[in-house]
Design a protein around this ligand. Structure first.
Ligand code: BTN
Length: 226
């Protein structure tokens, strides 16, 4: 696969975006030793350290209309979960350690051309041997190296991608990986908080909480109803 391995970048998402605009093919990979302006979801920063973090962005060019990408965040999360081999997924795709601290996250940025998707930048950040305060490192729970996690992720993703068009086959596997379903949650959505039991993940990638369908938001896990 075509790839670029860089020492220090602002964000692998931006490097891959420029490459995508210049015609990079499906599967193009940008890997960085460390990012100076790593981006997380909801405009948060994503920190990394040389030797301690796995940070990369992968280019996808799915031949699908934008709404068909609904299950992609789940699918990418499942690939990450299987590559790490430990922990569970907080909806949609935060990888949490067994003790609930965050070990890895995924940032998906899509460019649409009318109804079609021109490309998707799939960014993955894993705390492997280093984690910021309050977060966990995969190395506390598993001996997997950065290379093993990267290769495992790329392999898993390749076998899972065909399931994008068959969410009925994807969802049972996602449920197995989830540490959100069945729990009492509060989801901070753009329209305000939604609270209740996380009952189901739906084929469009959304989460059903106390009978309410949530398309986007930040999940707060509770041990039991407050
Ligand atoms: C999150 O959980 O908020 C998503 C974190 C995504 C971080 C990765 S690291 C590689 C890629 N480049 C970035 O700037 N962000 C993603």
């Amino acid at each position: 696969r075509p790839y670029r391995y860089l020492g220090r970048v602002e964000s692998t998402q931006d490097v891959l975006k420029a490459w995508a605009e210049a015609g990079a093919p499906e599967g193009a990979l940008v890997l960085a030793e460390v990012q100076e302006k790593g981006r997380g979801r909801r405009g948060r920063p994503w920190a990394s350290r040389p030797g301690g973090s796995l940070t990369f962005s992968l280019l996808l060019r799915p031949l699908l209309p934008l709404p068909a990408l609904g299950p992609l965040p789940l699918l990418a999360g499942l690939a990450l979960f299987e590559a790490a081999g430990v922990g569970g997924l907080k909806w949609p795709n935060d990888l949490l350690a067994p003790d609930g601290r965050k070990m890895a996250g995924i940032l998906l940025e899509a460019k649409a051309e009318g109804e079609e998707v021109a490309y998707v930048l799939l960014g993955v950040g894993v705390n492997v041997a280093w984690a910021p305060q309050g977060a966990a490192a995969l190395g506390e729970f598993s001996p997997r190296s950065r290379r093993e996690v990267l290769e495992g992720f790329l392999e898993r993703l390749e076998t899972l991608l065909p399931l994008l068009e068959r969410p009925e086959a994807l969802l049972p596997r996602y449920r197995q990986a989830s540490c959100t379903l069945g729990r009492w949650v509060r989801v901070h959505t753009p329209k305000g908080p939604v609270e209740g039991v996380a009952e189901a993940v739906l084929p469009d990638g959304s989460l059903q909480v106390g009978g309410v369908r949530v398309g986007a938001g930040e999940v707060e896990l509770w041990a039991a109803p407050p």
